[in-house]
Design a protein around this ligand. Structure first.
Ligand code: NAD
Length: 455
């Protein structure tokens, strides 16, 4: 143990990061930046090739930093898992999606643990970072890495440390977002604490892996439930003919006891729509029904239906119907300024609007094309300039052979994701007064326009 601790404090411990996605790549780059030799493991050849060619593929990672670390040999990528035998510390950052039944899909964690197990050696620290239900680390991983040869807390160390990365956040990055850690034993916690303290400003120890797993689920359930509450407020305000955005902004003037959340077209991303269901599933096995989670999930997942219903009413007021209407979705990433489409409510909207026989297209400077859920669509290019920075669309991804459209050809334009490149005044000018502008994000502040409708 002392040997591992000395390597960690000397920053010579060899770090393996398994899964080089939104979580794993920034972590690997951070370790390399602080001087650790880092090897990233992934089953996705594209990512490994990109890394080997010093090309960054994750928005939050700085291109120059990644290129510098790969060039210096401090950061490498490989598909060869036998190199785990050279690692002192391994962080597992693989996906934890849901199955169609909303049960946890732990197959990625299981596969990663099998890869580690094959090349296990004494004096190793293994940290699970993937979000999962309380008990996973000790129930699923511990038995796999324990044997008479490998004794936890003596010559093998295991911890859970939830990842809190907030993609697109310009302030909070890996190094300045406090990190929670729980070890299988106090020594495991001590070693994991020593490691992460090398790269993160504040490390918070909790008493067990189970507590650390629960911390992450509390954080994300808190968000899912509060978003669910405010989404239901939007539905209630509609019935009461009250502007929900005005109500929220006024309530937020209370300097204590209130925290602002906004309604929207639904939940997206790999975390908030998924993680609470890990907790709810676990509780079902203990004969307990996690009611807040189920209710919030129900309300949030019906927001695209609510939006389609309100948009239908708006079209109706303009003597239009869905069938044959040309509808443009502005922004389809799951949140502002990211290039991530996972679980985005825009995908539900596309399906729902197509089912209404509408003719739908989308614009998103971060997402040139959709290739999933039997949807195959390319982002359109706009004739009009609606951007903060006119150079913006040139800098970001454009689809090959782009289709150009004019906003005024549309029957409705829906702001689904209010990327900061869109400028509301220019959008209003470009649209004119005949096209329905449906704003699901309260981007348009001018409340007198008769063709603007809000969620
Ligand atoms: N994206 C976020 O904002 C975020 C934030 C906090 C926590 N998390 C959690 O972190 C975990 C990872 O999420 P992500 O967004 O980075 O996912 P991701 O899909 O971006 O990346 C996961 C990577 O793991 C790779 N992978 C899958 N199986 C593998 C295996 N057996 N061996 C090696 N590599 C493998 C995939 O190819 C992929 O590159 C999830 O549990 C997620 O809930 C994500």
């Amino acid at each position: 143990m002392n040997q591992l601790l000395s390597k960690i404090t000397a920053r010579s411990a060899r770090i393996g990061v398994i899964g080089l996605g939104y979580v794993g790549l920034p972590l690997a780059v951070e370790f390399a930046e602080r001087g650790f030799p880092v090897t990233g493991f992934d089953v996705d050849r594209y990512k490994i090739e990109q890394l080997q060619q010093r090309r960054n593929y994750i928005q939050d990672v700085d291109d120059a930093v990644l290129a510098r670390q790969v060039a210096a040999g401090r950061l490498q990528g490989t598909e060869d898992f036998s190199r785990i035998r050279d690692m002192d510390c391994v962080s597992i950052c693989v996906p934890t999606p849901l199955r169609k039944t909303k049960d946890p899909d732990l197959s990625y964690i299981i596969a990663a643990v099998q890869q580690v197990r094959e090349y296990l050696h004494p004096g190793m620290l293994i940290v699970l970072e993937s979000t999962t239900y309380p008990g996973t680390t000790d129930e699923l991983i511990l038995p796999e890495i324990t044997s008479p040869e490998y004794r936890i807390g003596e010559n093998m160390f295991l911890a859970f440390s939830p990842e809190r990365v907030d993609p697109g956040n310009p302030v909070f990055k890996t190094h300045n977002t406090p990190k929670v850690i729980g070890g299988t034993t106090p020594r495991c916690a001590e070693i994991a604490h020593a490691l992460y303290s090398q790269i993160i400003d504040q490390v918070v120890l909790v008493s067990s892996t189970r507590a650390a797993e629960m911390v992450k689920l509390l954080e994300n359930t808190f968000r899912a439930v509060n978003i669910g509450l405010v989404n239901e407020m939007a539905v209630m305000c509609e019935r009461l003919d009250v502007n929900v955005w005005e109500v929220i902004d006024a309530a937020a003037t209370k300097p204590f006891g209130f925290m602002k959340f906004y309604p929207g077209p639904g939940l997206g991303g790999h975390c908030i729509p998924i993680d609470p269901h890990y907790l709810s599933w676990k509780l079902k096995t203990l004969n307990y029904n996690a009611r807040f989670i189920e209710l919030a999930g129900d309300i949030n997942s019906h927001m695209p239906d609510f939006l389609v219903q309100k948009l239908g009413q708006a079209l109706n007021q303009q003597r239009k119907c869905y069938n044959g209407s040309r509808i443009l979705l502005l922004g389809i990433a799951y949140k502002r300024d990211v290039n991530d489409l996972r679980e985005s409510p825009a995908l539900d909207l596309l399906h729902l609007l197509k089912a209404q026989q509408a003719d739908v297209c989308y614009h998103d400077p971060y997402i040139p094309g959709i290739q999933e859920h039997e949807l195959k669509l390319k982002s359109v290019v706009l004739e009009e300039d609606i951007f903060e920075d006119t150079q913006f669309t040139e800098k970001v991804l454009l689809p090959p052979d782009p289709v150009r459209i004019s906003l005024r050809q549309m029957d409705a334009v829906v702001v689904v994701t209010d990327h900061s490149c869109y400028e509301s005044a220019k959008l209003i000018d470009a649209i004119g007064t005949d096209v329905v502008l449906f704003d699901a994000r309260n981007m348009i502040k001018d409340r007198d326009l008769t063709n603007v409708y809000r969620l």
